[in-house]
Design a protein around this ligand. Structure first.
Ligand code: HEM
Ligand SMILES: O=C1CCNc2c1cnc1ccccc21
Length: 290
């Protein structure tokens, strides 16, 4: 399967910065969501899940077709809770319905990371809405109750190496798990809305105890009320991953650099960009004194 980015000559960076600003202002405005965590984390998860269906074996899935908008994909149990992000983006799509859904979902994630004081993420438009028949089947997104071998194999399907896998999982500095969505619970204390390397610091500094949560699922809990999924904890069980976790815990700049490149790669998996395709770096509201 080949998906070629459609270059729309009528649209410039100003058009996309206007959408970016609308999303950023709405994130600021709707600050009460999820106990005042805000919409940032769930917008990041929507961008990641709409891209995480990619399979390098046949170049299927991925963000290009915006197929999350179809029932088969948005009712995938792995996507429980992302309806909140889709509803957040609805009014933005109505006002700027010249943008494709794939571009909107990924732009929303880039905006959320940058507005959370994370790294600047390069973003390229050109995804084209595909019909419902192009929706990938359920089951392509990762399960949390697994170890390092599963994590390595899963990320390899997305063309990600060990460093990219650890960097991407660092997005778990944002938001939290919700029993009603995924059957995992917490953390309450550490559920942050700022993008930092604290996920790696938590992994190394807390005492973790594997226990069953209220839904009967295993997760790691710490005395401070923090939590880790088994796939999070795998990053300090595997010696190769552990070395990278230590690097990112001690060097936030290195984490930011690797996250920025890995996240762009994740969001662009499966898309062929023609030579000279425009690539944008959006200004934050702070950069624009807004
Ligand atoms: C093995 C890989 C991964 C697994 C098993 C996993 C699993 C999960 C689970 C179970 C939740 C809780 C969802 C809920 O209950 O609302 C979650 C939340 C989240 N995930 Fe991941 N994840 C993985 C990788 C990633 C990646 C690569 C990113 C982004 C780059 C990401 C970003 C997020 C964010 C931002 C949240 C918080 C959402 C919110 O607060 O509503 N995750 N993840
Ligand atoms: O250590 C943290 C910080 C707050 N958020 C999360 C952590 C660890 N694992 C997570 C897994 C999924 C979603 C959020 C988190």
């Amino acid at each position: 399967i080949v998906h070629i980015a459609a270059i729309n000559k009528d649209r410039t960076i100003d058009d996309y910065q206007r959408i970016y600003n609308k999303i950023a202002e709405k994130i600021r405005e709707d600050d009460e969501y999820d106990g005042y965590i805000g919409y940032g984390p769930v917008l990041v998860r929507l961008g990641w899940h709409s891209s995480g269906t990619y399979n390098k074996e046949n170049n299927s899935g991925g963000s290009y077709g915006g197929t999350y908008r179809f029932k088969l994909e948005n009712s995938d149990p792995s996507n429980n809770g992302l309806q909140n992000a889709a509803q957040f983006l609805d009014p933005i799509y109505k006002e700027f319905n010249w943008i494709s859904h794939g571009d909107l979902y990924t732009l929303g994630a880039v905006c959320a990371i940058q507005e959370a004081q994370g790294p600047k993420i390069k973003w390229r438009p050109g995804r084209v809405d595909l019909p419902e028949s192009a929706t990938p089947e359920n089951g392509r997104l990762p399960d949390a109750v697994n170890g390092a071998d599963y994590v390595r194999k899963f990320y390899a399907r997305l063309r990600m190496n060990d460093r990219e896998a650890v960097a991407l999982t660092g997005a778990h500095c944002l938001g939290r798990t919700h029993l009603k969505n995924s059957g995992f619970d917490g953390p309450w204390g550490a559920a942050s809305s700022s993008f930092t390397n604290e996920f790696f610091i938590n992994l190394l500094n807390e005492q973790w105890k594997l226990q069953k949560n209220a839904a009967g699922n295993k997760q790691y809990d710490s005395p401070k009320g923090y939590m880790m999924l088994e796939t999070d904890y795998a990053l300090i069980q595997d010696p190769i991953y552990l070395k990278i976790v230590k690097e990112y815990a001690n060097n936030e700049a290195s984490f930011f650099k690797d996250f920025a490149s890995s996240f762009q790669k994740l969001l662009e998996n499966g898309i062929d960009y023609p030579k000279g395709a425009p690539e944008y770096i959006f200004k934050t509201l702070d950069d624009q004194d807004m």
